[in-house]
Structure formats: structure tokens, C-alpha cells
Design a protein around this ligand. Structure first.
Ligand SMILES: [Zn+2]
Length: 170
């Protein structure tokens, strides 16, 4: 018996896709892959972020307010890479408006940056529709499954298709 193998194991689901925050002083450029925006409420437990399970959530019960984030998969045509960008509810709301204007999110070329080079500065999104979808635009990403692999939790979240919450009053 040998520990060596001739068969290469299949790559773990979405193992090469990176989850990213919007950087402080760089722009992200990519074509939206999914037709719909997807997000959910998460908690930061002081160590890491995880999904809020809803009514049974111990953190909600202890008074910790969750934060809603959208997770938007983008395809960068020049690198050929897919990455998933995490957006605040405010930024996701603006993107949702663009998606409604163009009837879909898929195929919009997005340029995402921050208004100031600072952590948590407001996110700015410029969107424009491509006249023709690139032939190599990947199939939509199963965001609940991808995020489950990031969070190491089970997929099948009931609320993964809901719309972003309205902007807080100014
Ligand atoms: Zn919770």
C-alpha cells in the first residue's frame, strides 16, 4: 500500500475564489456574475464573522446587533479570476438600484472603491452595462454555498434572497 496516488482529487468547491472587502486605496474592477444580489445578517464575535441564524441566535439574544452584508461575485476579465466582494447595506442598496435599472446584475461592469482612503469610508460603485456579455463570463456562483465554505457552516440559509434593508435615516 502506498500513500501516493495517481488520481488528482477534484478541487474543493470554490476553493480558489477569494472573499474581499473593498480596499482602502485601490479600485476593484469586475463584471457581476450573478443575476441577483444576495446578502444576510452577520455577527462579529470579536474573533471572526459568522452568519446570524435568526430567531435562535444567541448573539441577538445577548443584544448584539447584526450587520447585513451583500456578497457579490465578480469576474475580472484581465486576470480571469473570480472574487466575491463584501458590500455594506448602503452600498448594496445603490447597486440594487443599478441592477433594477438594467433589469439584471449579471453582466454589469462594476468599479468599486472608497470615497476616501480610509477603513470603512463609504463605498462608491460605478456600474455600466456591457453591450455584449463576454463569452468567458463564468456561470453564477452559489453564494450561500460559497459563504458556507468561508464560514464553515451549513448552506441553505432561508433569507439569502432578501433585499437589502433600507438606508438608515440621516
Ligand atoms: Zn443574530
Amino acid at each position: 500500500m502506498s500513500d501516493w496516488d495517481n488520481a488528482v482529487p477534484p478541487q474543493r468547491d470554490y476553493a480558489t475564489i477569494q472573499l474581499m472587502r473593498v480596499p482602502n486605496s485601490a479600485r476593484l474592477l469586475g463584471i457581476a456574475i450573478n443575476t441577483l444580489l444576495q446578502g444576510r445578517t452577520t455577527h462579529w464575535d470579536g474573533r471572526r464573522t459568522g452568519p446570524c441564524p435568526g430567531t435562535t441566535c444567541p448573539m441577538c439574544r445577548d443584544g448584539h446587533i447584526g450587520r447585513w452584508h451583500a456578497y457579490v461575485p465578480l469576474f475580472n476579465q484581465s486576470s480571469g479570476k473570480i472574487f466575491v466582494v463584501q458590500l455594506t447595506a448602503l452600498a448594496a442598496g445603490a447597486l440594487q438600484e443599478e441592477a433594477q435599472r438594467y433589469k439584471t446584475l449579471r453582466g454589469l461592469l462594476l468599479q468599486i472603491s472608497r470615497v476616501k482612503p480610509r477603513d470603512n469610508a463609504r463605498i462608491l460603485i460605478e456600474a455600466r452595462a456591457l453591450p455584449v456579455l463576454p463569452h468567458d463570463l463564468p456561470d453564477p456562483i452559489d453564494i450561500p454555498r460559497f459563504m458556507a465554505s468561508v464560514w464553515n457552516s451549513k448552506p441553505g440559509f432561508p433569507d439569502h434572497n432578501r433585499e437589502p434593508p433600507p438606508e438608515p435615516p440621516k
